[in-house]
Each structure stands twice: as C-alpha cells, then as structure tokens.
Design a protein around this ligand. Structure first.
Ligand code: AMP
Ligand code: GLY
Length: 433
C-alpha cells in the first residue's frame, strides 16, 4: 500500500520511520516533511492544509492510506474534504472529521462534552466578547492561581497561568477586546487550577473499539526545573511510574470509555488518535485537555515502544477492526530530548548548518525543524530542531543515551534541557526505598 503522511515535525518523522518498517508499506510520502523524512520517504512540495493538492496527489498516486499528523488540517476539515468526494471517500484517512476535531479545536466544546458525559475535569466558566466586566468580576472571586484559556487553536500559546489578578485581567482584556489570539480568543475559559503531575494518555479509536497506547510524560517549559515559557515540548519519557495498572484502570473507566461513548452518542464517528492530557490529582485523573492527534515529542517515545506493525494497526483503525488487534509493547524505557534553536519559543534564527552523529544501538534521531539547503546540507528550519530518543532497560540509561545524542549534535545556537526525566528518576528512587 502507498501511504501519505501529512506534517513536517518530529512526530511525522517518527511515523515515517515506523511505517517504513512495515512490509505492507510500498511507497511512502510526506507532505511537506523535513530533512529526516527525506531520507526514508519522498517529501512532497505542498503543505498539510492544501486539501486540493493532497486529494489530487492521493488519487494520482494510488495512495491507500493518509495519516494526518497535526491538528490544524483536522480542525479545518481535511477528513470532511475526503468524505465529500466520491473517489476520496474510499481512501483510509487517520484522524477525525471537523466535528470530532472540535475536541481540540474548541476548549468550550470539549469542556461541555466532558461535563455532559461525566468526565472528571477542572471546573470552568466561559466569557465571550463584550463580557469583559463580567469576566473581571468573576476573576475577583477566584482564589489561588488563575488559568485562562483561549477557546480556539492558538498554536500552544492560548493558555495563561498566573497568580496575579492584574495579569489575569490584562490577559482577559487582550483576548476579549484586543483579539490577541484572533478569533481563537473571542471566547475565554477561566478554569480551576489543578495540582498534581501531568500525564499524556494516547488512545487509537476505530469509531467503536479502541486500544490504549503507552503513556508518556512531556516537559513543556523551556527552562530546567519546569521554568520559563511554554513550548511545544522539550522532551518526553515513557513509561511513567505513577501510571501503574491501578491508575490506568481508573483512566480507562473514568475517562477513555465515557469519552468514546460520548463521541458515539454525539454521532461522531471518530477514527484516529485521542491524546488525553490529564492531571494525576492524588491518584484521581482529571482531564486538562483533549488533542485529536498524537503528541509531539511524546510520539518519539511512544511509537518506538510499540512492537506491533503500525500499518496493520492503522489499517485496523480505519477499517473498524481494532478489536482484532492485541498491542505488543516493548518493556524498555524510552526518553527523548529535544534540541531547539537559540531564542525559541520566542524569535529564533533558521538556516544553521548542522553536524549530526550516527545513531547507534537503541538511539534514534528524529528530525523536526530541519531542511536541506541548495548544497544538500542539513540546516535548521524551525524552533524545535530534532528529538533524540534513547531506549534502554532502565530510565536512567535511556536518559543517558538521549542526552548523549543531544550533546553530540552541533549547530550554532543549540539549546536543550539537561533535566529531562530527572523527576521520574526521583519518583523511581523513592518508590524503591
Ligand atoms: P493546554 O494548552 O490546555 O495543554 O495547557 C497548557 C498547559 O497548561 C498544560 O499542559 C498544563 O501544564 C497547564 N494547564 C492547563 N490547564 C490547567 C489547569 N486547569 N490547572 C493546572 N494547569 C493547567
Ligand atoms: N507535547 C504536547 C503536544 O503535542 O501538544
């Protein structure tokens, strides 16, 4: 089967790497891809939001399956575009339609959904344009930390967490009155602040059956010790010690099952990944958010731990046959460290020439913001440049492998966090005492 992956990040390189291992994959394409995907697949000269070019390419090149990496084309309706065309309708496409994608595309929708189907989450209030006074009056009643969220997609920047009332009010005004995040901020949610440790849970759904993939922990802040600005993600670890069988059973019963039942009740035929970001609040899961895709950089630790043929798995999801699949998981730990461009997540430069070491035993190099320049050199082309994954029997050894790769990669302005996974090691050592 010929397969097309939409996207250009570390997540998509990881998908390409795993899909290329399947004997069911004939030709593999990535639109638009990066310098890493170019080594194992054919990069295409159009982006993931160009539905017409995607559709034409799929028909002309007998693509049997399309795997959608990022949320944007899903929210914009790439699946709807396929379903509305009599030829494209027959092609397998992994991802929900725009209705299903509302789970990520609108925080107001997903909050209502969670409340309607009894899924544990933070209490919240929604305010719309024209309600600034009401919103400010409400903020004055909030005790403790303020959590403000723009309703729509805001490239990971739409969440403001602050202890200062003045800052909360200022952010509220910027969103509701000054369109700081464009339309995404026309509605703003004020949420209860949840304490605890965050966990990323991944589910693959075929519309009625599901499989739960390995869980992961993400490191979102730019600075060591979880300080500084939010990023797309600076590293990830899988497995996560507190996500033991008892906790994951709770997640399945209290979150996964009611989520899938809710989607069915809403007549949303959901084929694709559901990424549940949740807080472990003293042993109780509380949902922070849904995403309608895999996480990045979580994919860089989750897929390497899946032994099952990924094409078989995705085909089963598209064909409604996930009940026939038993997932095989590699018991090793996987840790990824992301190297970024100096200045990220604020302004940064592109085009720095890179020196990349060989990957070795149980070390994997996934490109994110990279491209080939006119001389064929690999140069940086984004904020997050690469994710370096190490795998080993212990988390400590996996961290060492990942960090050693991050250290060896060379380009001007490189930065990475040196504390990825250290909190997990602390949990592990206190568990064994
Ligand atoms: P989101 O864009 O919804 O993923 O939010 C970004 C990050 O903000 C999350 O990963 C959490 O670390 C944090 N966050 C969001 N909502 C809450 C909340 N209600 N309580 C505490 N932290 C939160
Ligand atoms: N790493 C978090 C995300 O993909 O949204």
């Amino acid at each position: 089967m010929n397969i097309l992956i939409l996207g250009s990040g570390g997540r998509e390189h990881t998908f390409a790497w795993k899909i290329a291992q399947s004997n069911q994959c004939e030709n593999l394409y990535v639109a638009p891809g990066n310098a890493g995907t170019a080594q194992i697949a054919t990069n295409l000269p159009f982006g993931y939001n160009d539905f017409e070019k995607i559709g034409n390419f799929v028909l002309e090149n007998e693509i049997g399956m399309v795997v959608v990496g990022p949320e944007e084309p899903l929210v914009k309706g790439v699946v709807d575009y396929f379903k509305a065309d009599k030829k494209l309708r027959r092609i397998r496409i992994i991802g929900p339609d725009s209705n299903g994608a509302q789970l990520e595309g609108s925080k107001d929708f997903s909050k209502d959904f969670m409340l309607k189907y009894g899924i544990p989450t933070a209490a919240s209030q929604t305010f719309v344009k024209g309600q600034l006074d009401k919103a400010n009056a409400y903020l004055e009643t909030v005790k403790g930390t303020f959590v403000l969220k723009a309703d729509g997609l805001a490239a990971g920047k739409g969440v403001i967490i602050t202890d200062e009332l003045a800052e909360a009010k200022n952010s509220m005004r910027e969103m509701l009155e000054e369109s700081k995040f464009g339309e995404a901020g026309n509605k703003v949610l004020v949420e209860e602040f949840l304490k605890g440790i965050e966990l990323s849970v991944f589910v693959l759904s075929d519309g009625k059956n599901y499989v739960i993939l390995p869980e992961a922990k993400d490191y979102k802040r730019i600075g060591e010790g979880d300080t500084g600005l939010n990023t797309g993600g600076m590293g990830a670890v899988s497995p996560v010690p507190f996500a033991d069988e008892a906790f994951m059973k709770k997640v399945e019963e209290l979150v996964v099952k009611p989520t899938l039942a809710g989607l069915q009740a809403e007549k949303i035929h959901y084929v694709g990944f559901i990424f549940i970001g949740l807080m472990n609040d003293n042993g109780e899961p509380k949902v922070i958010e849904y995403n309608v895709r895999m996480g990045d950089p979580e994919t860089e630790v989750v897929l390497p731990r899946i032994k099952t043929d990924l094409v078989r798995l995705l085909k089963a999801a598209a064909d409604g046959k996930l009940d026939k699949i038993t997932l095989k998981i590699n018991p090793k730990s996987a840790v990824t460290s992301v190297v970024v461009a100096g200045g990220y997540p604020e302004d940064y430069k592109k085009g720095a020439k890179m020196t990349i070491p060989e990957s070795g035993n149980d070390t994997l190099i996934f490109h994110a913001g990279t491209t080939n320049n006119e001389n064929g050199d690999i140069v940086t082309n984004g904020g997050r440049v690469m994710a370096l994954t190490g795998m080993a029997r212990s988390t400590a050894a996996a961290i060492r492998k990942s960090q050693s790769l991050a250290r060896k990669i060379k380009y001007s302005g490189k930065y990475y966090r040196k504390d990825i996974g250290q909190d997990i090691l602390k949990i592990l050592s206190s568990d064994s005492n």
